[in-house]
Design a protein around this ligand. Sequence first.
Ligand code: ADP
Ligand code: MG
Ligand code: ZN
Length: 613
Amino acid sequence: MDKFSILKEVFGHSGFRKGQEELIDNILAGRDVLGIMPTGAGKSLCYQVPALLMNGLTIVISPLISLMKDQVSALNTAGISAVCLNSSLSAEEYRMAFDVLYSGSCRILYIAPERLDSPDFSAFAANTPISMITVDEAHCVSQWGQDFRSSYLRISGFIKSLPVRPVVSAFTATATREVQEDIIALLELNSPFTMTTGYDRSNLFFSVMRPDNKYKELSRLLRGYTGKSGIVYCLSRKNVEDVCSKLRDEGFSATRYHAGLSDTERRENQDDFIYDRCQIMVATNAFGMGIDKSNVSFVIHYNMPKDPESYYQEAGRAGRDGEPAECTVLYSPSDVRTNRFMIENSREENAELDDEQRSLMLDRDMERLKQMTFYCTTADCLRGFLLRYFGEPNVHYCGKCSNCTEGFETVDITLDSKKILSCIYRIKQASGYDYGKSMVTDVLRGSKNEKLRNMGFESLSTYGIMKETTAKRIRAEIDYLTENGYISVSDGDFPQLRLAPKAAEILKGGKTLTMKMPREKKPAKKKDDNLTADDFLFVELKSLRSEIARRENVPAYIVFSDAALKDMCRIKPVDIPHFLTVSGVGSVKAEKYGKDFCSCISDYLSKKTVEAT
Ligand code: ADP
Ligand code: MG
Ligand code: ZN
């Protein structure tokens, strides 16, 4: 067997994706590797293929139990002996796992880092030929990363305790320079071959919306996703609860996940989502790490997340199967305030940091938040923005994001900005107080409201100078000026506006400003109600897949991914040789499921001929 036949026979894929082959070759040549590839790029294959070609056991260290379970059942369905060791196993299951390990048949062992130095396991490891240690989600070793796990620090000690040092391969999707250096240093990788495949996920469509009513927009979007799975991320537990219960009231199939729920409920809800019993997962960012569900078609952020790193990771959970998927942020300027509040208050948790480190972290987090805000308000290509942020060559037009496709108009707002800034200045000058967005807007539009008249603002020189402009647009311009540092806003329930020093650049310095203005009415999302004939086949294949999944008690995508089903719709195989040409079908799966799927397809084809005659 060579790597190509393993790829085809076991995993059913016809070719390697970018980066996979180089990583596999280097591992097989005995060199340590570090693979930095975006979520969904196919990192697992990079260690699973060599694992099957090497003589000894491969040990995969992985942080999350759900992820292990998934990977192990995926391997088992493909005919590979693999087991996992973690705290979720019963005593009986634990013993069975060790039976498999001692039998020598096992090729891949998944283990939680905490288990590495358990006595049972140490005894086993000391007397077993181990050809590779793989560290998945390797960024967990770094305190700079987002998911630091102290147990990851014990990995290098474990490797040193082995009689022979195996090849070490490490994989992650997040890799800023600091994290990358930490991984190499803390795992003690030996001049590793490092592969960065680039961050782009070409099947993801990125969009940012700024709806007046978020919930309404969310529900409109979800109606366009009938029959598809997706995640709605919210910033707070309370938002999760509210959104989830409203969605249920409207009849959506939704469930929820956040750190405030009991372990049992969390596990049940997660399984409901993974096993497609529930379509929509409403969750805080506590949900998702280690979820390898491949058929997630959309990820909607109900609130802007705190930084581009989190955003790209969370959005990246969509479309792992390579099918088109959509990633949307429902942005509102108040999300910026909420995030700032959360960042400032999360400092308390880092009690072990000294003041200087703490203030460094705070600056860093604030800078990231600013970048995230830029993402939500930029007129540039959204994909280009993210790729630039992660240090990749410039993309200026991708054609697959809301900015590229919807044609925002770029409007010169220099004059409007002067009017707004002067108005804020005049109000303060006349009254001695700062006021909020609505008072400033009212003055500019020449409103007759009573409070305004009582204050004598009717006599200001800026009163009514923007009569022709809608309040919505003025508010958007104020937000834009705030986000770009020309206006500062006080905290509290009634945020007040004040000129920031930078305002002088516009008022006196002759600086011009442009802003992207979304065209007012978006065309309603087109929804093709007329399913094509093959969509019906897809539905039938899906229901066959669910039946099998239920029978075998595994998530549906473990049986076949949506991408594989779609390929079946294209190829329409009715015998095993043709079935084997479907992407995602290897020999074991063909043997196990081929007959069922082929007969489903041939039934479908004969029905169609009957209808046609
Ligand atoms: P990640 O890099 O996030 O760990 P996974 O290893 O979970 O990604 O793979 C994501 C998806 O890509 C899986 O559904 C897997 O079957 C698919 N995949 C991986 N490699 C290939 C390939 N060479 N051809 C087709 N699909 C692939
Ligand atoms: Mg992975
Ligand atoms: Zn674009």
